[in-house]
Design a protein around this ligand. Structure first.
Ligand code: SAM
Length: 335
């Protein structure tokens, strides 16, 4: 007998199928390929991502963050965030009735700390202050740990996923943080994001259209893009361009080009074509300085992008100045 949440998820998916769901939107290409190859994960890790068996599987997800995770950030900046994340998770797992050995916790907290700290690690103009965050491909829901503590009362946290096990874990994790959070799967017809309020929302990838235009300040996409197919990547970039505020940030941390399941998309070119500008990319070595390469892209904003390149009038002026110089000032230009 399927878990009640799995049944609910499947019935909403079925209901939405003809109108909103295309196979590429709900596909996790990396896992589909792994299944075809018959590759098994070791014990203690999630195996079947298409079956949600209950919130206790969150522990399997946490087991993923094992081994050495380097960090080049100062301990005094990161350690308090790890501790805060740990205290939050102690309360959340207790709420869910899950036993977990918190001696294993450090890397989970470190990942949470990095993804909270890095997008805010350098000064930006006031209008880019982060009040609403969207986490795409949200795993066990872990980004809500530090981000919701920060956003609560200021703006929304919106999580997006399409895979039954991940979606189910996220649902239970968010419920343990905020019992009255709003999940599309609970009541699809009533689902509406209040852009003026501050709440936690959960929406499947096939209903990204429900996230209003220009309503998000920061999108998080951690260890997700290299695992998706080309059609989905191009689709979400178009959606991210629509839902981000002008100048809004798109934070990516993954293995970049060192690891790509489906090497058919040049992510940087696709982002430039979709109207983004790269603001920050750490010049570091994966797994020596940090796990993955963090990047921040920004949605182009006319008033800024226009003054960061020469317009036609400036190009004309420079050309005339060159001719003037070559001809010994024959054009008699004053400026
Ligand atoms: C490797 S996990 C990373 C999880 C999380 N971002 C983290 O850093 O802990 C990849 C995530 O992408 C999600 N995902 C896969 N296919 C997706 C799709 N079609 N739409 C949205 N999310 C998807 C998976 O369910 C999973 O949550």
């Amino acid at each position: 007998m399927a878990h009640p949440f799995q049944q609910k998820f499947e019935s909403v998916l079925e209901r939405d199928k003809s109108k909103y769901v295309k196979p590429f939107i709900i596909s996790w290409d990396y896992q589909a390929k792994r299944k075809k190859r018959g590759v098994k994960y070791s014990n203690g890790l999630p195996e079947d991502f298409y079956t949600f068996n209950g919130a206790q599987d969150i522990v399997k997800w946490m087991n993923w963050f094992s081994g050495e995770y380097p960090s080049f950030y100062k301990d005094e900046l990161i350690n308090p965030l790890i501790e805060k994340s740990k205290q939050n998770d102690i309360a959340i797992l207790k709420n869910l009735g899950i036993d977990y050995d918190f001696n294993q916790y450090k890397n989970v907290g470190l990942n949470n700390a990095h993804d909270f700290f890095i997008p805010q690690s350098y000064p930006v103009p006031k209008e880019f202050e982060i009040k609403t965050v969207l986490d795409f491909g949200a795993g066990s829901g872990r980004q809500a740990n530090l981000w919701w503590s920060h956003l609560n009362g200021k703006g929304n946290f919106i999580a997006v996923d399409a895979i039954p096990m991940s979606y189910g874990l996220q649902h239970h994790y968010y419920k343990a943080i905020k019992p009255d959070f709003v999940d599309y799967i609970d009541n699809p017809d009533a689902f509406k994001i209040d852009t003026k309020g501050s709440n936690l929302y959960h929406v499947p990838t096939w209903r990204l259209d429900l996230v209003p235009d220009n309503s998000v300040d920061l999108i998080l996409c951690v260890q997700v893009l290299p695992e998706l197919g080309k059609q989905l990547i191009l689709h979400i970039f178009e959606q991210f361009q629509r839902i981000l505020n002008p100048g809004g940030a798109f934070y990516i941390r993954d293995l970049n080009y060192m690891y790509k399941a489906f090497g058919t998309v040049d992510i940087d070119t696709a982002l430039i074509n979709a109207g983004f500008t790269l603001e920050y990319k750490a010049f570091i070595e994966h797994n020596k300085h940090l796990h993955g390469i963090p990047k921040v892209w920004r949605k182009n904003m006319e008033s800024i992008t226009n003054v960061q390149k020469n317009n036609l009038n400036q190009k004309k002026r420079y050309l005339l100045e060159d001719i003037d110089a070559l001809t010994g000032g024959i054009l008699k230009r004053k400026k």
